[in-house]
Design a protein around this ligand. Structure first.
Ligand code: UDP
Length: 397
């Protein structure tokens, strides 16, 4: 029996946990009476805490409720990370876990990596190896630290695998396990293994395939927003690089106002962004009949908006890929991206927060046909991850 502690905290991690949970369930079902079962305990740091950013996703996406909730949302970043590390360390000292599973690049990822390393528990990092090469982004620091601590680094793309290789992390086929200089006397659970990467594909692509049809059946968002016969673009803004920067926010909103003269703009507003908008900006947006400011939507509703939008503007890592999965052109509201493949494929343009560049990118892409290509795996990334975690432990026993 392998017992994992899975750490979530922010919305995209909860969504990724859905794919991982499905894969664990199907692994266990196919090994009912064997000693290879995998159990997971979910720890929620509380980084995102609004119902529509967290709790509602567990029910909708069929994820077991977290067994531990640290409730550290709303604190300043450093205090939040410190409390997360303490809470996760406490759980790791109370109960025995064989491994800690982390997703992506948030403060919860960072805290989980540090707490697990201090407790000498192997770390499995899902969505490893991504680099934007911009170290002013907190997400970049979080992913670099998490990757440097992880035992197995599950990469979504060949670019991510290459990035790790350049940093000295070999892919599994080229790794020598365990470290050659370790003496026999130290052969116990803590025997160091050389960290290695395994390219498994993207768990969000698994989710796109799994939830797409379900969204068509269950979501009524298009009818609710009267969008069934009305062309629209979808926009999201939440990265600190934009949400915490008034000049960037003003410029992006200016671009959306221009685009809204041509077609409707749907903007599900992230709480971080909302908290930074001045009352004047909020008033101006609400008064614009062509911009629909809405609360964050459920994942199934978001899928429907993505599938039926004519184009997507976003600074989100997840949303820019989902645009590609659903064949939609995308204006990326950042100067760089970790998901370079979609830019190289001509499906997305990096426009940053510059109003004119955003409008120019929109004009270039608005009639573009995006042909989904097989860049993110075979839709079974989570299954490959679960299989590899099992192999990791069997190679140590
Ligand atoms: N998402 C959602 N509802 C929304 C906005 C986004 O369900 O109102 C989903 C989106 O489909 C994607 C994920 O949240 O799967 C992306 O999360 P976010 O943009 O917060 O973070 P990032 O991907 O940039 O880490």
């Amino acid at each position: 029996m392998i017992h994992l502690l899975t750490i979530v905290g922010a919305r995209p991690q909860i969504i990724k946990a859905a794919a991982f949970t499905r894969a664990i369930n199907s692994w266990n079902c196919s090994r009912l009476f064997q000693n290879e079962q995998i159990t997971q305990t979910i720890l929620h740091t509380g980084q995102h805490f609004d119902n529509n950013m967290s709790a509602s996703f567990f029910a909708e996406l069929d994820i077991p409720a977290p067994a531990i909730h640290l409730g550290v949302g709303g604190l300043p970043a450093s205090e939040q990370v410190a409390r997360m590390i303490m809470g996760i360390a406490d759980e790791l000292s109370r109960n025995k876990y064989d491994g800690v599973v982390l997703f992506g690049d948030t403060n919860s990822t960072l805290a989980g990596a540090i707490a697990a390393a201090q407790a000498h528990v192997p770390v499995f990092h899902i969505e490893a190896g991504l680099r934007s090469w911009n170290r002013t982004m907190p997400e970049e620091i979080n992913r670099i630290v998490a990757d440097s601590i992880s035992s197995v680094l599950f990469t979504p793309t060949s670019q991510a695998t290459q990035n790790l290789l350049a940093e000295g992390v070999p892919s599994k086929e080229n790794a020598i396990l365990p470290l050659p200089h370790v003496s026999d006397s130290s052969k116990d659970d803590a025997t160091p293994h050389r960290p290695y990467s395994v390219q498994v594909g993207d768990v969000m692509y698994d989710n796109a395939l799994h939830f797409s049809r379900m969204a068509e059946k269950r979501s009524h968002i298009l009818e609710q927003l009267c969008l069934t016969d009305c062309p629209f673009v979808l926009a999201t803004i939440h990265r600190p690089v934009n949400a915490d920067n008034m000049a960037h926010l003003t410029s992006i909103i200016g671009a959306l106002e221009t685009i809204a003269k041509e077609q409707r703009v749907i903007l599900p507003l992230h709480p971080r962004t909302k908290s930074h908008l001045s009352p004047q900006m909020l008033g101006q947006l609400t008064a614009n009949d062509h911009i629909l400011l809405i609360e964050p939507v459920s994942f199934l509703d978001m899928i429907m908006l993505e599938k039926h939008a004519s184009l997507i503007l976003t600074d989100s890592g997840g949303v820019q890929k989902e645009a590609f999965f659903y064949g939609k052109p995308c204006v990326i509201l950042r100067k760089e991206t970790e998901w370079t493949e979609i830019v190289h494929a001509g499906a997305a343009i990096l426009a940053g927060a510059d109003k004119l560049r955003i409008i120019e990118a929109y004009t270039l892409l608005k009639n573009k046909q995006v042909h989904p290509a097989n860049l993110y795996g075979d839709g079974l990334a989570s299954e490959h991850i679960v299989k590899e975690i099992s192999r990791f432990f069997s190679s140590r026993s």
